[in-house]
Structures are given as structure tokens and as C-alpha cells.
Design a protein. Structure first.
Length: 430
């Protein structure tokens, strides 16, 4: 369905009804394989002369609706759903970089992503160069001839300082380098393609799924990046691929549209590494996508109210939320977050780590879980959990201090959220 409004696309894009039964709900296609029409049809599918279902490790009709819907909502051209957000983060970089290559990443990242980039990808021969995004030119300074991509989070977890998307995207485009944006914490309130990003990825587990019941990830191709403009900068898309009969991806799929990046991710990385989303998880995440517009409004409103409440408490020394930023960060908040400032916030307690533990252990309504973006309100102490694999210096670079507590504010009645926070703060201060 053609619509300029993501709220409408979240309900209608990619699906109208089942052709055979006229069912409105997207079916769960719980199958591994698909009957080919003929030997010619099978050969054409494997040769990418036609697009269609081959095997659920590579594509599935339920996942296809999810992919079409998210691509439409973001203003992209195609998408690839995967088993997790971590798989999406890894694939988004591995699709462009190989042994000896590097990419420049923001320091303001989720701890699991930092560890993936700093250790696992490094062990695979791909170097992550971390730079402070408060100075966009830092990305240019860290670039050399083997830099293949820039990577950042729109609303970084846990630092919550909006990323300068347009500024860094422009630096990259002049050099043939795409900006990959993790938009997990800001669906609908930010569309990175509108600001020049080339690729958007999500952990579907979070706000888009929204109910804490399914793991998934997705990569969305903006179709707005000229991969052939600097062929030596992007060799994986501009030189023969021996794993696919010498296909040159920037040329091989032109008849299908500007989808070279996402096609390679599907038929090379997903084919070989197999991080496929299950049809059932794709179905459950689709249910969350249908209501994400309403939920994001509630998340943003409640989180802002909590931020104001925490600023009034004597036990709290600092509140971390986009509304509290000043200077250039405040300018970027106004530029990139006019539709809402997200459902995440953090705060630091005067009593440090011990007070943080007392606060967490005293919560009654909020859940103590390693997740964000749930309809329920959640809390965690990152230094001892999600960011515990990082060194103290790395934790500090990502915005985590010993007394930092992160909240993911849900859609409960705000009075109930504030009451639980108040009694837990009372306990933490004693």
C-alpha cells in the first residue's frame, strides 16, 4: 500500500489478504521448503533471475511481509529479517567488510554491540575504530582506504545522546562510505533515511515487537546509496563473488532495483551463516508492529514525566534523558527528535553501586530484566549486567558509571510508575 504515513503502513504495508482463503491476518508459514513450478523456475530462482521462495533459511512468506512492512515504514526499498538484533548488527558490517578492512563506529553503543565489534569482529579480521560522535569530523579522521562503513545508534543505549545522522552521513557519502544506523530505540520518531543514512537496522526484540516474547532483527536497505560511485571503496559489491558464480552484486541485480546490498546479505551471509528468523517469531513481531505507533507515544510521554520526577529527588545526582541535554546535544535533540524523545532514560544515585542495587531490589512494579522496549516498565544496573564484559574505560565511553541505573519506561499508568520509583528510591537512600 502506498502511503506517506508510517502509522498506516505499520498496519497495511506488504499484505492485504491471503489469495486462497481471503484471511486478513498474516499466516504463519511454518515450512522449510517450497514446491518449484518447474525445473526452469527452480533454476531461475537460484540464479536470481526471479525472486521467490527457495528455503526458509533464506526467505519465508511470513518474514517477507515483515520485511516489506518495515522497509515501507522506514522509506527503504527492501529488508532482511534475521534471528536477532545481534545478527543484524554483525551482518550489516560483514556485508561490506572482510579480513583487513575496518569500519568506524560511535562510542555510544549498547554493550553487546561494543563487544561484538571490539572482540568478535576483530577476531574475524575486521577492525572497529571507535570515535566520539560529539565531533562528527572524528569519523573522517579515523577513515583510511580500507574503511567500508560508519556505524552508530540513533538514540544510543545507554548514553541517550542523539547521533548527528546527517552530519556523519554527508562525510561518508563524499568518500563512498555508507552510514549504518541502529534505530532500535527510536522507531517512528526518527527515520534515518530522511537524514542521509544508507542502511537501517533494528533489534525487533525491542519496541517493534514490544511485548518481550520474541527475538528478531532486521536490516533495511535505503536504496539511496550509489555503491558503484567508488568501486574500490566497496569491493564486496563491485568485484566478482566466487561464492555466487562470479556475480558482481552492484550489476547483477540492477533489473530488480537498487537492492544490491540487501540481496548480497540474503543470498551470501544468510545463506551461509543461517541466522534466519523463525516464521512464528516473525508473526509475533508483526503483531507488535501494528501497535508500535500508539505505544511509542505512550513510552515517550511516560519517560519524559519520569525524567522530570527524578530531577526532583534528592537521591538522584544526574538524570540522563534527551530533555536534559544542553548545547550542541540539545540542538541535535531538537533536530532529530521532534516527534518524541524515546522511552529510555537513566539516572545516577548519590550512593553509587550499592544504592543502585538497593533500588533495583526494591522495585515492585518495574521488572528487573535485560531488555528494553517492552510494553512493561523495566530496570537494570548496566555496569553489572549488560555492560559487564567491558572494561571500566569502555563502560565510561559508552556512558555507564557504577551508580548508573537504566529504565525502559512502559505504557502503564504514569501514577503507578512514579509510585514504584518513589518507594524504591526511598529504600535506596536509606
Amino acid at each position: 500500500m502506498a502511503s506517506p504515513h508510517p502509522e498506516t503502513l505499520a498496519l497495511h504495508a506488504g499484505w492485504r489478504r491471503d489469495a486462497a482463503t481471503h484471511a486478513v491476518a498474516v499466516p504463519i508459514y511454518q515450512t522449510t521448503s517450497y514446491q518449484f513450478d518447474s525445473t526452469e523456475n527452480a533454476a531461475n530462482l537460484f540464479a536470481l533471475k526471479e525472486l521467490g521462495n527457495i528455503y526458509t533459511r533464506i526467505m519465508n512468506p511470513t518474514a517477507d511481509v515483515l520485511e516489506q512492512r518495515l522497509a515501507a515504514m522506514e522509506g527503504g526499498v527492501a529488508a532482511l529479517a534475521l534471528a536477532s538484533g545481534q545478527a543484524a548488527s554483525a551482518f550489516s558490517v560483514q556485508n561490506l567488510a572482510r579480513v583487513g578492512d575496518n569500519f568506524v563506529a560511535s562510542t555510544d553503543l549498547y554493550g553487546g554491540t561494543w563487544n561484538l565489534f571490539a572482540n568478535t569482529l576483530r577476531d574475524q579480521g575486521i577492525e572497529a575504530r571507535f570515535v566520539d560522535p560529539s565531533d562528527p569530523e572524528a569519523f573522517a579522521r579515523a577513515t583510511d582506504d580500507r574503511t567500508r562503513a560508519y556505524y552508530a545508534e540513533t538514540l544510543p543505549n545507554p548514553k541517550l545522546r542523539p547521533f548527528p545522522i546527517a552530519e556523519v552521513a554527508a562525510i561518508g557519502r563524499a568518500r563512498g562510505i555508507p552510514l549504518i544506523m541502529d534505530n532500535t530505540a527510536a522507531p517512528l520518531i526518527v527515520r534515518p533515511f530522511d537524514h542521509g543514512a544508507a542502511v537501517v537496522m533494528y533489534s525487533l526484540t525491542k519496541y517493534l515487537g514490544g511485548h518481550g516474547n520474541s527475538i528478531g532483527g532486521i536490516i533495511i536497505d535505503g536504496g539511496n546509496f550509489d555503491w558503484e560511485a567508488h568501486p574500490s571503496r566497496q569491493p564486496l559489491l563491485n568485484t566478482p563473488d566466487p561464492s555466487y558464480q562470479g556475480a558482481i552484486w552492484s550489476q547483477a541485480v540492477k533489473p530488480l532495483g537498487p537492492i544490491a546490498y540487501i540481496i548480497r546479505a540474503r543470498v551470501v551471509l544468510l545463506r551461509d551463516l543461517g541466522a534466519a528468523i523463525s516464521p512464528f517469531n516473525a508473526f509475533l513481531i508483526l503483531q507488535g508492529v501494528e501497535t508500535v505507533a500508539l505505544r511509542m507515544k505512550a513510552h515517550c510521554e511516560n519517560a519524559l514525566a519520569v525524567a522530570k520526577f527524578l530531577q526532583s529527588r534528592r537521591e538522584v545526582t544526574r538524570v540522563i534523558h534527551p530533555s536534559t541535554l544542553t548545547g550542541r546535544d540539545a540542538e541535535w535533540t531538537a533536530k532529530y527528535l521532534p516527534r518524541g524523545q524515546g522511552g529510555l532514560l537513566g539516572f545516577e544515585l548519590a550512593g553509587g553501586a550499592a544504592a543502585g542495587r538497593r533500588f533495583i531490589d526494591s522495585l515492585k512494579l518495574l521488572y528487573h530484566v535485560a531488555n528494553i522496549g517492552d510494553a512493561r516498565s523495566l530496570a537494570i544496573h548496566p555496569a553489572s549486567t549488560t555492560h559487564s564484559q567491558l572494561t571500566e574505560a569502555e563502560q565510561a565511553a559508552t556512558g555507564v558509571s557504577p551508580g548508573y541505573v537504566r529504565l525502559s519506561i512502559g505504557i502503564e499508568h504514569i501514577d503507578d510508575i512514579l509510585a514504584d520509583l518513589a518507594q524504591a528510591l526511598d529504600a535506596a537512600g536509606n
